[in-house]
Design a protein around this ligand. Structure first.
Ligand SMILES: [Zn+2]
Length: 104
């Protein structure tokens, strides 16, 4: 007579932590998904940034030297930034003479 309620009582005691474990697992998985979502979103944002700047100026695009009017490629050019604008020069001499005429 006493064994029956005791038996059902222990069954509930066993079932309760299992239920809690499942709840914790769901919360942990949800948290991991949220963290993953933010990481992926940030990664996509960082990944898009260099592409945008590359789109502005392709590496093999021809740019005119403002001093000697010679055309040069962006990756071989000497760059100088004056008042937030980037200028491209064929040589150090052209860059120096440009900076002398345009003191920042
Ligand atoms: Zn030049």
């Amino acid at each position: 007579m006493l064994l029956l309620p005791l038996g059902s009582g222990t069954k509930e005691l066993i079932r309760l932590p299992q239920y809690r474990n499942r709840m914790y697992r769901i919360i942990v998985i949800l948290l991991l998904l949220i963290i993953l979502f933010y990481m992926v979103r940030r990664a996509i944002r960082d990944w898009n940034k260099p592409e945008e700047t590359q789109g502005l100026l392709a590496k093999d695009a021809m740019i005119q030297d403002p001093v000697c009017k010679v055309y040069i490629t962006a990756d071989s050019a000497i760059t100088r930034t004056v008042e937030d604008r980037t200028y491209y020069f064929c040589s150090q001499d052209c860059a120096n003479s440009f900076l002398q005429n345009h003191p920042s």
